[in-house]
Design a protein around this ligand. Sequence first.
Ligand SMILES: Cc1cc2nc3c(=O)[nH]c(=O)nc-3n(C[C@H](O)[C@H](O)[C@H](O)COP(=O)(O)OP(=O)(O)OC[C@H]3O[C@@H](n4cnc5c(N)ncnc54)[C@H](O)[C@@H]3O)c2cc1C
Length: 424
Amino acid sequence: MRSESYWLDTAPVFTGAQTGALPARVDVIVVGGGFTGLSAARALALKGASVAVLEAGRVVGEASGRNGGHCNTGVAQDYSSLVASLGAEQARAYYRAYESAVQSVVTLVEQERIACDFRRSGKLKLAAKPQHYEGLARTCELIRREVDSEVELLSAAQVRAEVDSAEFHGGLLQRNGMQMHVGRFGVGLAEAAARHGALIYQQTTVQGWKAEGNGYRVDTSRGSLLAGQVLLATGACQHGGLGWYRRRIVPVGSFIVATEVLPDALLDRLLPERRSYVTSRMIGNYFRITPDNRLLFGGRARFAMSGGNSDAKSGKVLQAAMARMFPQLAEVRTDYCWGGLVDMTADRLPRAGQHGGIYHSMGYSGHGVQMSVHMGQVMAEVMDGKVEANPWGDLEWPAIPGHFGKPWFLPAVGLYYRLQDYLH
Ligand SMILES: Cc1cc2nc3c(=O)[nH]c(=O)nc-3n(C[C@H](O)[C@H](O)[C@H](O)COP(=O)(O)OP(=O)(O)OC[C@H]3O[C@@H](n4cnc5c(N)ncnc54)[C@H](O)[C@@H]3O)c2cc1C
């Protein structure tokens, strides 16, 4: 079994990275070479700005190259809760922002001709308990009435025809969801950004910055450089110098296993529609078929950080959950097991804008494949003076009480969620 992301292992090598010294000055420094940073760099370069992307590791080496590959419409929260907390109009605007985000990915894939197995698969949310089905039915009615008439409620029998497991009591289908090979997409996006003129430096960690002249001097592990503007696209930001953001983002491990290549006949019985699937539990699972016929099965598993040992332990939890859900796969070999960090905000809504003169976009809370790509483009507009382009610009962003960067409270949150799953 390989302890690395299936997507990164099967992606082409990125050939557009800079190998020489950093330039003395650029118009914009983008910190982070995930989807947010690369998409922003591409859009800024297309506007004629000189851009340097500074990435601590390799491009799309973190969340962007380690996720489930679902590119879905719909907000990360339950829509009814969003309406209850923010009101119908704001909830509708946020739902539409996710629709625009999916469309941004569609357009980008077409414009840059990125071969990434992009397909409209639909997303099916699966009710793990009868009362969850009742909740999905209420949410479905609300979404249909308020914002998206194409959402459908599927009965237990309809779900059983789509998902060959006895575990589910019905589901909510969003037909506009897409899926893709995120490694191929990410490398394609990086090549496109480089082709349009962005300078991409890997193995270059940003350590801090200070105002200088009309811009900022940014210190990195490979020396310093000047820029007029700086965009932080640092996701769950595990490096130094980002204290203000680390108090507002909780890094939470999410883990994935991928099976050996499975025969078509088995998959045609198991998941004939080959959609993106997610279960309704708080500590739930998500799964899909990869382009080469593996079942990719993920979830938060243990509410822990990601890393060698933690990923392996979580992989075992996921293998057991997969075998419970699909007993017909109990003997199937697992070829890949990996983890990554999700950048959670307290309300699971992204944050984007400016703090102390420095721009940021992050906090997609596990629902960022589409939104990170979209927000990269949006931030290029915002940094060009069009602040109204930012759908998240009005959200306040207080620090999370008691959180100083290391999420010491994750085991307690995991216990609470487990209890909720048991009770409700
Ligand atoms: C296991 C897992 C499953 C997921 N599944 C899904 C899914 O199916 N659908 C979905 O919509 N979302 C999913 N997500 C979330 C999604 O992957 C992220 O929201 C999205 O990729 C965020 O992109 P980003 O560019 O903002 O962050 P990242 O991809 O994390 O990129 C940030 C980059 O910044 C770099 N960086 C940080 N600090 C510094 C520094 N100081 N100097 C230089 N570089 C720095 C990091 O090295 C990193 O490469 C999942 C996430 C995980 C971890």
